[in-house]
Design a protein around this ligand. Structure first.
Ligand SMILES: [Mn+2]
Length: 362
């Protein structure tokens, strides 16, 4: 056999045994490498951290319905108080088969059982919005796993409005940040380089406190938090055609489109500053955002009005107004845990009821 014979291969001819062996070895080693790589990913628990979703809508089959007798159970800041959360579910006679629970953010940190609370939320199919404390956990988790801190999806990008429950397509490059020499020497990350919204203080003490929690978080806990948008549309919540919307802090009245609301603001706002009350504040200065929100809704056609369900403002406590329902009633500080339950009957009438459980018992 001359050498030249190998250079003109007849495609119809059966492959040489040696060539087949080579191919098998090549394919085999590629497959083995892929298995090793994915095993390493599983073992190290290497997470994907996706950007914050601005606006999501609850799926049609989870919206309020007279036929299915589904109820919307909206719960204020739980802060890892699993015991009280279970008590509240019992109090409202939660039915996993038909009811939908929506968590208004800050369901983690401060209290004793943050990760078990997330597991419970997953188990009962609860939906959520991201609180400032979950937002902080995302950045701590990214830091703990040497990932870049994910950005927010830009407004009106195709990926921003998704049906809740779908995993968003991460646009973050999951390339790890610089590896530290010895992870055990890292007491907590250095945040001095961060320049957040100047109106919002960086809660350094909170970050020190929550660093161990972020390191304990498993991939599925992070995935749950990542699926909590900054704003969640709840569908029709009143006979007058008013839509419900959930967010942790609040909304600014002068942004008509929900996608134009700044997520940094919706997670943290408490007040609006003079002179024009468009400038948000997280502190106690200025006027409550919801006063301006209410006035703005009255100026809009009824089908363009929103009733906002929110948490975050423990110092003001329970705040029930026509176009805003503040449900942070200080459970983690020994107050109450609140749930707002909405139902619709066969005549199309909506019913609302507030339920609370005491959080002061040891
Ligand atoms: Mn908060």
């Amino acid at each position: 056999m001359s050498r030249s014979k190998y250079q003109t291969v007849d495609p119809q001819a059966p492959p040489e045994p040696k060539r087949v062996l080579k191919m098998v070895l090549l394919v085999g080693s590629i497959m083995a490498m892929a298995v090793i790589l994915s095993l390493a990913t599983v073992l190290t628990g290497r997470p994907d951290v996706a950007p914050l979703i601005r606006v999501a809508t609850i799926p049609e089959d989870k919206k309020l319905s007279a036929e299915t007798e589904r109820r919307l159970i909206i719960v204020g800041d739980v802060h890892g108080q699993l015991h009280e959360f279970k008590k509240l579910l019992k109090e409202v006679r939660f039915d996993k088969k038909k009811d939908l629970v929506v968590l208004l953010g800050d369901f983690t940190t401060k209290g004793p059982d943050s990760l078990d609370l997330i597991d419970k939320a997953i188990d009962i199919g609860a939906m959520c919005v991201r609180g400032n404390h979950e937002d902080e956990l995302v950045s701590l988790y990214a830091e703990a796993h040497h990932l870049d801190i994910p950005k927010t999806y830009p407004p009106h990008a195709s990926a921003t409005t998704i049906t809740f429950g779908e995993q968003p397509t991460p646009t973050l490059d999951p390339t790890p940040g610089p590896k530290r020499d010895d992870d055990s020497k890292l007491p907590f990350p250095d945040y001095s380089h961060e320049a957040p919204n100047p109106n919002f203080e960086v809660e350094v003490a909170d970050r020190h406190r929550d660093w161990p929690l972020a390191k304990k978080m498993k991939k599925h806990h992070m995935k749950y938090i990542q699926n909590c948008p900054s704003v969640l549309e709840l569908g029709n919540v009143s006979k007058r055609g008013i839509n419900g919307v959930a967010c942790h802090g609040g909304l600014v009245w002068h942004q008509r489109d929900l996608e134009d609301q700044d997520p940094e603001v919706t997670l943290r706002i408490r007040g609006l500053l003079p002179p024009n009350y468009m400038q948000p504040s997280e502190g106690k200065d200025g006027e409550a955002w919801y006063k301006y929100w209410g006035d703005e809704q009255r100026r809009r056609p009824k089908n363009e009005r929103y009733q906002v369900f929110y948490g975050h403002d423990a110092s003001k406590g329970l705040q029930l107004h026509k176009y805003s329902r503040g449900l942070d009633s200080r459970c983690v500080k020994g107050g109450e845990l609140s749930a707002y339950v909405i139902t619709v009957d066969s005549k199309g009438h909506f019913h609302e009821k507030l339920h609370q459980v005491d959080c002061s018992a040891a």
